[in-house]
Write a protein that binds this ligand. Structure first.
Ligand code: SF4
Length: 568
């Protein structure tokens, strides 16, 4: 490995770390503010990955040149409107977007919405137009960190390290690592986060804690919002959210005259009304004036490309389908890039049925679960073999990748693949690769000052607890320390509280109205009694989830489901 060259971690993670080669090994860069000299266990696992070395057609090894010929011939023979371009979050970097430019020009159907943060993002946009986080300095300067539905120390270990000595409060149905380190843990019932946000607003008003000057100057509709919060007796919130009012009192005692940073995770918005739920939480933060302070604020999964001009512009006229609802069988050819829908997309049975009934092209660095259904596999160059820039959705710092290892002649990077196809189809060439990289490296996006927030004025959320019976469970998923999405060490257990009559290693059948699957039980008292918990990447959990889209963002809503569990 060439010393002192830089490399950006390509994993789909808030921290977006910068590494560099030191004495032949990759170490975390000391001068990258959030990386601060350390990389994590997932990065170490990434370096050990068995990457694809050859293209494959119908399971047989072929040369890269043959695979590109097959792809281009197949695309020429297929009506472009019967092809789908499906992009995931693997091998992250700005160059990941190059193939989309070809498929857009060619006329493929594209996807819209998200399997991750879509509903929450729309909720924030509706209130304040853009999904951008405050500068990380605001987090460092906050006194109290309220972690809301996010296992902060696991999913953002570098950000956590910067603030680990502060006082934490956690809102989560699971006793997560960060909940155990928190002064207060509100072990909330799933899908009641908007109710808790309203209750907190009510308490804040009772104690005159709202930021009146800010509300007057920069916001619309705080009166409507407060009116919604007082529509119900205070004690009724305690019953539905499962959060004792005494804890809410403790919370307000703790934050009195303190600056507060709210770190919101994906868990709160994995529901049909995810946008409304997120907007209600953001409205509470606004009511308190947190968006107006030099210390604190609200962090979510920020739009990492905010403020940059797209360097690979796509044709806006392409038809788009919801990524949650996509049925692969509707297409004659599906091109899957950096994604593993077999595990990560909702409703695995529909995904498998769809993949069996189309021509599947997988453009990946590894032989993932979805490759099992691929007709053609094209090996993508790894992050060590290409130039790239990684923008971050957890903070404002970017990371750079230089070529560390010479690329094998049998793999191809995103830019090269897109350029090859563009030439084959005589379409408009991409901007020069170095010019694109230079643009992203040098541009510092403008972040305008906060000017206007529009409060949510009407909340219509159908709570899951309405249909919850004594033998129901809420489905909860979260990331683990040892895996990232569907990669690395995967835990396929269902985790249940010991208050049920299940024992370790029991075999159970879990069913929902969307499907069923067999699991093995791990008893775990960190899980709330009414929840069935699964780590992300569990190969069976999405047999239970719906592929309907959410209310407003065309996105998946993995937790909009109740489960039944029986011994099998
Ligand atoms: S913390 Fe995230 S970005 Fe940093 S090395 Fe680990 S996986 Fe990569």
């Amino acid at each position: 490995m060439n010393s002192n060259k830089k490399v950006a971690c390509p994993l789909d993670c808030y921290d977006a770390c910068q590494g560099e080669v030191v004495d032949g090994n990759i170490k975390g860069s000391k001068n990258h503010f959030t990386t601060n000299g350390k990389l994590c266990i997932n990065f170490a696992q990434l370096l050990k990955e068995d990457n694809l070395k050859n293209a494959k057609f119908n399971g047989e090894d072929i040369s890269l040149t043959e695979s590109l010929n097959i792809l281009s011939e197949k695309l020429k023979q297929t009506d472009s409107s019967k092809t789908l371009y499906y992009q995931g979050s693997g091998n992250l970097g700005v160059m990941q977007n190059a193939p989309k430019n070809f498929f857009s020009q060619y006329g493929s159907v594209l996807t819209k919405g998200s399997l991750c943060d879509g509903g929450g993002g729309v909720g924030i946009e509706q209130g304040r137009e853009a999904v951008i986080n405050p500068p990380i300095q605001n987090l460092l300067d906050a006194d109290i960190i309220l972690v809301w539905g996010r296992n902060f120390s696991v999913t953002s270990s570098h950000l956590y390290n910067l603030v680990k000595d502060k006082t934490f409060v956690t809102i989560d149905p699971i006793k997560t690592d960060i909940a155990k380190k928190s002064e207060i843990h509100m072990q909330i019932n799933p899908k009641t986060d908007y109710e808790l946000a309203l209750l907190l607003t009510r308490f804040a008003h009772m104690q005159d804690l709202e930021d009146e000057e800010f509300l007057e100057k920069y916001t619309e509709g705080s009166d409507w919002f407060f009116d919604i919060s007082k529509n119900r007796p205070v004690v009724s919130y305690e019953a539905t959210t499962g959060v004792p009012l005494s804890l809410v009192n403790d919370f307000f005692d703790l934050i009195e005259n303190k600056s507060v940073a709210i770190m919101v995770g994906l868990g709160v918005q994995k529901y049909f009304e995810g946008a409304q739920i997120m907007r209600t939480i953001d409205s509470f933060a606004t009511f308190m004036g947190y968006h107006n302070k030099n210390a604190g604020g609200l962090w979510y999964l920020s739009d990492s490309a905010y403020g940059y001009e797209k360097q690979f512009k796509s044709n806006s006229k392409n038809k788009k389908v919801s990524v949650a609802q996509v049925d692969f069988a509707d297409y004659d050819l599906v091109f899957i890039q950096g994604a593993n829908p077999l595990v990560s997309a909702p409703n695995t049975k529909t995904v498998i049925d769809g993949l069996k009934n189309t021509f599947v092209v997988c453009f990946q660095t590894t032989n993932n679960d979805t490759c099992e259904y691929a007709d053609l596999i094209i090996p993508a160059s790894t992050f060590l073999e290409k130039k790239d820039i990684r923008l971050a959705y957890g903070h404002e710092f970017k990371a750079k990748s230089e070529i560390i290892n010479e690329s094998s002649l049998e793999t191809i990077n995103e830019y090269e693949l897109a350029s090859y196809l563009i030439k084959e189809f005589d379409l408009e060439p991409l901007k020069d690769e170095n010019e694109v990289l230079d643009y992203y490296e040098k541009t510092i996006p403008l972040r305008e000052n906060f000017e206007n927030f529009v409060f949510i004025e009407d909340i219509e959320v159908e709570p899951l607890y309405k249909n919850f019976t004594s033998d129901s469970f809420y489905l909860i998923t979260a990331k683990s320390k040892k895996s990232l999405n569907s990669q690395f060490t995967i835990d396929n257990y269902v985790h249940l509280n010991s208050s049920h009559n299940f024992n370790n290693e029991d075999k159970v059948l879990i069913s929902s109205k969307y499907g069923s699957a067999n699991f093995i039980v791990k008893v775990n008292d960190d899980i709330k009694e009414n929840c069935a918990f699964f780590f992300s990447g569990n190969k069976y959990v999405n047999y239970l989830t719906t592929n309907n889209e959410d209310e407003e963002s065309f996105s998946a809503m993995y937790q909009e489901v109740l489960l039944k569990i029986e011994l099998s």
